[in-house]
Design a protein around this ligand. Structure first.
Ligand code: NDP
Length: 309
């Protein structure tokens, strides 16, 4: 016998927990499955300085713990587990949890599975993943104390990670493929004002170099074709993210970049809503994710009231 629930929320970032707060207060008795990265991407960032209400900034982990507590306070059932399959062909939707078929039947679903870090796709990068190649400076930076590292990318994430690593490492190289940084002015200024960050513009990574003990360097090629080796112990990828839509591939409308298409939180399937980075190729901020979680929950509440099963 599968369990019947009104509102299933898949994902536990700011979108998922904000949706849960609203759904719980609307008496939808939401169930949140935390997924493989409980708390989502914010748990891998350092200080968040642009989430309204925190004039001194707040750590990503603390913010997510607080959002979880707030959701639980109103009765959200937060569960450790991974949704492994969704059947969106009919309501109630059949949900497989941790590989157990028909675990749950859900009257409505809010998908808030977020986005994951992109990699360059080099075989050498794959070979050294976890042995010097990382996509999370706050998770792994500690291992490179007083060492030399490189960050690849020119956006806000790359600049934030480079600045963070500069406080731990001896030297940080920021490898940027264009001749400018895409990051916000404030982040750029921070990078240029940090003496142990060297920005290497107009260079692409050809190979990650290393031996049985891990990464020893990188082979870079400039846009004019010159090659250069950089001796580093760690390589941090910060080249953007892709939306986590594996669960709904082939079942739901996605845009050309693979993000779920929503209109006021609703997908093209009645009863299925999406919030946060999985449906947002533009803003990708914690506060916009939280706002979209609120919208999805309000629309979900209206939908369930109008379409009871
Ligand atoms: P972005 O998409 O903004 O930047 C990705 C960077 O990686 C770009 O410089 C891009 O280069 C580069 N890149 C992409 N593919 C490759 C590749 N194959 N090889 C080399 N370089 C590559 O992603 P971010 O993760 O930095 O930011 C995502 C969003 O989150 C943004 O809206 C950002 O503002 C926001 N954010 C905000 C923060 C804050 O306010 N505190 C912190 C972190 C993120 P190119 O420019 O050439 O395309």
């Amino acid at each position: 016998m599968s369990e019947r629930i009104k509102c299933l929320i898949v994902g536990s970032g700011p979108a998922g927990y904000t949706a849960a707060i609203y759904a719980a207060r609307a008496n939808l008795q939401p169930v949140v499955y935390e997924g493989i990265e409980p708390g989502g991407q914010l748990t891998t960032t350092t200080e968040i300085e642009n989430f309204p209400g925190y004039p001194e900034g707040i750590s990503g982990t603390v913010l997510m713990e607080d959002l979880k507590k707030q959701a639980q306070r109103f009765g959200t059932d937060v569960r450790f587990g991974v949704i492994t399959r969704l059947d969106l062909s009919r309501r109630p939707f059949a949900v497989e949890v941790d590989g157990n078929p028909e675990t749950i039947q859900a009257d409505a679903i809010i998908i808030a599975t977020g986005a994951s870090a992109k990699y360059l796709g080099l075989p050498s990068e794959q070979r050294f993943r976890g042995m010097g190649v990382s996509a999370c400076a706050t998770c792994d930076g500690f291992f490179y104390r007083k060492k030399d590292v490189a960050v690849i990318g020119g956006g806000d994430t790359a600049c934030e990670e480079a600045t963070y690593l500069a406080s731990i490492c001896r030297q940080v190289y920021l490898v940027v493929r264009k001749n400018y940084l895409r990051a916000s002015k404030a982040m750029q200024e921070r990078v240029f004002a940090t003496p142990n960050i060297e920005v290497i513009f107009e260079h692409n990574t050809q190979e990650v170099l290393g031996d049985d003990n891990g990464v020893t360097g990188m082979l870079l090629r400039s846009t004019s074709g010159d090659e250069r080796q950089l001796a580093v112990d760690g390589v941090f990828l910060a080249i953007g993210h892709h939306p986590n839509t594996e669960l709904v591939q082939g079942q739901i409308n996605l845009d050309e970049q693979g993000y779920i298409v929503t209109h006021h939180g609703q997908t093209n399937i009645p009863g299925v809503f999406a919030a946060g980075d999985v449906q947002d190729p533009h803003y990708r901020q914690a506060i916009t994710a939280a706002g979209s979680g609120c919208i999805a929950a309000l629309e979900c509440e209206r939908f369930l009231a109008a379409n009871p099963l």
